[in-house]
Write a protein of this length. Structure first.
Length: 240
């Protein structure tokens, strides 16, 4: 009997989108299997024909892609074509890729994009506590009390949660570095707001072992073999 695979995993492995986005697309009727609308939770085999938004999908002979991109302010980290400033159309990469996680429209800096669904799931799994580093500038001078409270964790009224303890370092009067191991919605901006500060600029400079360094804004590069080797070692044991 031929081996089957869940449709959402098949789409993820083929670099179409994440499993969550695949489920949404299936619900919206954008996925066809053998000419018929796909159903949630269905399994397919290599003999089945899969169309996503009318285009054939195949994960045969797919070359792994992982790029680092320096996102400008204004670009939205979504593969959703209906979003005018979506990151996929903006980059216009020659192969089908999608972003790993998000970086707010009003923020800039490092984001990774790939065609490997399992890699997305491993990096995105919050329980793995993978580090992300940011440089943040606020609207007024930073004091020691601010650094202490940010480091200890801030209760966010809107989300009804206290953020994890994190590393925070003052860099100048109004600029600090922060290293997070969770990814709540607009987390840094909300933390600052709760302490009476407003974020003027927010730049992500590192995801795990991959750094932005001198990558020019609105350009991308391939993740190096050395970076990929170190990344995979850090991800060992992560569930996908």
């Amino acid at each position: 009997m031929e081996e089957s695979i869940r449709l959402n995993k098949y789409l993820s492995d083929a670099g179409v989108c994440s499993r969550r986005a695949a489920d949404k697309a299936i619900e919206e009727g954008r996925v066809l299997v053998n000419g018929k609308p796909a159903e949630m939770g269905m399994r397919i085999s290599s003999a089945d024909e899969v169309l996503f938004d009318g285009k054939p999908v195949s994960n045969a002979d797919k070359k792994p892609v992982l790029i680092a991109y320096n996102k400008p302010v204004g670009i939205v980290c979504t593969a959703e074509k209906r979003e005018k400033n979506n990151i996929i159309d903006h980059i216009n990469y020659p192969e089908r890729i999608y972003p790993i996680g998000r970086l707010d429209k009003d923020s800039n800096g490092l984001i990774l994009l790939t065609n490997q669904g399992d890699l997305v799931n491993k990096i995105m799994r919050a329980a793995n506590a993978h580090e992300k580093e940011y440089i943040v500038t606020v609207d007024k001078d930073i004091d020691s009390d601010f650094i202490k409270k940010m480091s200890a964790g801030v209760y966010l009224d809107e989300l009804e949660v206290t953020t994890r303890k994190c590393q925070v370092e003052k860099l100048s009067k109004r600029t600090f570095k922060i290293i997070l191991t969770q990814g709540l919605n607009r987390q840094i901006r909300r933390m600052c707001q709760m302490l009476g500060y407003r974020v003027h600029s927010l730049k992500r400079v590192r995801i795990m072992n991959i750094e932005l360094k001198d990558l020019q804004e609105d350009t991308y590069r391939d993740v190096t073999e050395a970076e990929l080797k170190a990344l995979n070692k850090m991800l060992e044991g992560s569930r996908n």
